[in-house]
Design a protein around this ligand. Sequence first.
Ligand code: HEC
Length: 125
Amino acid sequence: MKQITFWMMFIVLSVAFFSCRYDNEEDLYGDAICDTSNVTYSNNVKPILVANCLSCHSTANAATFGSGIKLEEYSDLMIQVNNGNLVGAITHASGYPAMPQGGAKLDDCTIEKIVTWINNGAVNN
Ligand code: HEC
């Protein structure tokens, strides 16, 4: 009888422990896996730039707000990709102005997507 009670307790506690563990919101959403497969310029990189950067770095606004640095056209963006300034700025690497200027750093997954796109050849896809 004592043995059965022990096993009952063990099972109940195990279930309680694991259900807590796996329903934990942080595990589900916090450090959720960053999906960098199939990252493309048009589906991923461009929308990130539109949402966070083009207010200052659009072709029209760059002279006034973006220190002349344009990120709207692919060919302009590629200048900042190839000279390393884009990654330096968004990762807040020392020696680069931290971007977005005056705003919060992009989240890790967003940065990872841009870096993955560059590592895949920064294709205009
Ligand atoms: C509020 C306006 C503003 C926003 C928003 C902004 N930038 Fe900038 N950005 C600037 C200014 C101003 C400079 C020039 C800063 C300097 O030289 O100190 C700059 C410089 C840069 C540079 C050149 C860095 C270098 O080493 O010379 C890059 C690349 C850049 N920004 C990328 C971005 C990206 C990517 C975003 C969005 C994630 C962004 N910026 C958002 C204003 C902005």
